[in-house]
Design a protein around this ligand. Structure first.
Ligand SMILES: Nc1ncnc2c1ncn2[C@@H]1O[C@H](COP(=O)(O)OP(=O)(O)O)[C@@H](O)[C@H]1O
Ligand SMILES: O=c1ccn([C@@H]2O[C@H](COP(=O)(O)O)[C@@H](O)[C@H]2O)c(=O)[nH]1
Length: 204
């Protein structure tokens, strides 16, 4: 199985890049795992307490479970992935059943920060967009899709998002084999990445 890690700051365009690659790959068997489903379950806390948590620090992710699932899929075992809600900041109690396939993409802001997880990847990609562009995209998305207001997004950006990006996410760019500039539509980079994945598939 070919395992690809795709990281990048919030709003850099990881999900968009993954969708474009998937459209172009000539493949039936592909799984996409988002780090977002592996936030620790904090349902024992109140909503107000959960809203105050830092979701951009590596400790907010259940990497143990994420790595277990990657290894299980590589060993051709199906996994039950918890489903996470960004609106309630907690697991929903439901699960996705995932069967192993030929290619696995693992995407998320922190997937290139964890030493053990890095060992599981055959290809590591970092999607880059400048911080002002990412903040604009984040405001749009969180207000339209994640039930947040402007003040909350800006407060989170200043208190956790920006410092965590500088401390953990930006340095993880050094782990990448490929950096995809995603300030504007970048079909060349998508074509290139698709070619690299197709070539890697031939040698697996
Ligand atoms: N190259 C781009 N140009 C303009 N907008 C983009 C581009 N890539 C992504 N976006 C938009 O930015 C927002 C965040 O993109 P998304 O792929 O969800 O980022 P991430 O998964 O890294 O948080 C989405 O609304 C998406 O449509
Ligand atoms: O309960 C939560 C968990 C995470 N977040 C924020 O989500 C982003 C990561 O998602 P992307 O799709 O890569 O943007 C992260 O920056 C967290 O701050 C949240 O708001 N609530």
């Amino acid at each position: 199985m070919l395992v690809i890690g795709i990281a990048g700051g919030t709003g850099s365009g990881k999900t968009t890049v993954v969708e474009k690659i998937v459209q172009q790959l000539d493949l039936k068997g592909l799984n996409i795992i988002s780090q977002d489903n592996y936030y620790h379950d904090n349902s024992q806390l109140t909503l107000i307490e959960r809203e105050a948590l830092n979701y951009d620090h590596p400790k907010s992710i259940d990497f143990e479970l994420l790595i277990e699932h990657v290894r299980d899929l590589k060993a051709k075992k199906a996994v039950s992935q918890p489903i996470y809600s960004f609106v309630t900041h907690s697991r929903t109690g439901d699960y996705n059943h995932i069967e192993p396939k030929d290619v696995l993409i693992v995407e998320g802001i922190l997937v290139l920060t964890h030493k053990e997880l890095l060992k599981e990847f055959n290809l590591k990609v970092f999607v880059h967009a400048d911080s002002d562009e990412r903040l604009i995209r984040r405001i749009r998305r969180d207000t339209q899709e994640r039930g947040r207001d402007l003040n909350e997004v800006l407060h989170r950006y200043q208190t956790t998002l920006k410092p965590m990006h500088q401390e953990f996410i930006e340095p993880s760019k050094n782990e990448a084999d490929l950096i995809v500039p995603n300030m504007k539509q970048n079909n060349v980079a998508i074509d290139f990445l698709t070619t690299v994945i197709n070539n890697s598939l031939k040698s697996h």
